[in-house]
Design a protein around this ligand. Structure first.
Ligand code: FAD
Length: 285
């Protein structure tokens, strides 16, 4: 890596549901790892719903000597469970955690909320109990979190996570670079100084993307939706158009000073690697 380049480029995975999925993921990671990402992160289901599968994936990544950042979602877990998980990660030599609230699994009442209600409480706990052991990433929402009463309250909550000790943030995905640049400007006005790394969702499947976006409040601009809808089942055209959209977004973000990119891979190598290559991103190796 260019020693002057402090930007961080990383890949996100989710824990596969089946042994076949896990075998496939190993091949995907080998392909992605050849590009030289700074780290791989792995998602975690709130309430411990993916605990064993996340452990399996994280254990395997660590056994390969790969820099790994497990996600840790606190909602629905008590302090003892969180401590067990963190201790397991320490035993694996992990130094990086993506600290989240998570979303309550459906069917769990308020009594099952757990010890930590918001991500800032988890970050405070990690700092209090483990000092500077971990580089802590938190989530940021350039288009604002869907449950926030308003943009100012959401920004104040983001600031609370930073003051609790977060080192950096990864954003929810978005397709409008202005949303990101405006958010970064708001952060500067609030004296929030940590790097805010854009999360990039490659576009490969319109139905899936529309479903995710509805759930997490990420806007798909109308012109993108209309173009994707018009392709119908033509997967090749969806991928080609999706690639151009994501490439243009990444270029604008990097030209505008983004401190890196975090790719939501959906456990697929092809689309994020095509972006990585065309952007000529540096290898961290
Ligand atoms: P918080 O920062 O706690 O915010 C949640 C909501 O509460 C916001 O509306 C905020 O404004 C409000 N809020 C925050 N603090 C307070 C407070 N003290 N008082 C009142 N309101 C407050 N989900 C998973 O389950 N597993 C994952 O692995 C996962 N990985 C993710 C990775 C990234 C990069 C991103 C962007 C999201 C991820 N998510 C994951 C989704 C995330 O858990 C949800 O978006 C969740 O709804 C919010 O989590 P958070 O950590 O941002 O919560």
């Amino acid at each position: 890596m260019n020693t002057q380049d402090t930007r961080t480029f990383s890949f996100e995975l989710f824990p596969p549901k089946t042994p076949e999925g896990m075998e496939k993921l190993k091949g995907t990671v080998a392909e992605l790892n050849a590009a030289g990402p700074a780290y791989f992160s792995c998602t975690y289901g709130a309430g411990g719903s993916t605990r064993e599968r996340t452990f399996e994936t994280v254990d395997w990544l660590c056994s390969q000597g790969i820099e790994t950042a497990p996600h840790l979602a606190c909602i629905g877990s008590d302090e003892a469970e969180i401590r067990d998980i963190v201790d397991h990660y320490i035993s694996l030599g992990i130094h990086r955690i993506v600290a989240l609230r998570g979303d309550m699994p459906s069917g769990m009442g308020r009594s099952g909320l757990g010890t930590f209600r918001y991500a800032n409480e988890l970050v405070s706990f990690l700092r209090r109990e483990y000092g500077d052991r971990f580089h802590i990433e938190v989530a940021a929402y350039p288009e604002f979190h869907p449950q926030a009463p308003n943009a100012n309250a959401d920004l104040a909550n983001f600031k609370r996570k930073v003051e609790a000790g977060a080192d950096a943030a990864i954003t929810q995905y978005f397709y409008n670079p202005d949303a990101y640049f405006e958010f970064v400007e708001l952060c500067e006005e609030q004296d929030i100084q940590i790097p805010v790394v854009p999360g990039i969702m490659p576009i490969t499947n319109y139905t899936q993307l529309a479903r995710f976006s509805d759930a997490c409040g990420a806007e798909i601009p109308r012109y993108i939706r209309k173009r994707l809808e018009a392709y119908g089942d033509d997967k090749a055209s969806i991928r080609a158009f999706g690639h151009e959209v994501a490439l243009d977004l990444c270029r604008r973000l990097l030209e505008g000073g983004a401190p890196g990119l975090h790719f939501y891979t959906m456990n697929q190598a092809e689309a994020p690697l095509a972006l990585w290559r065309e952007l000529e991103l540096p290898s961290a190796a």
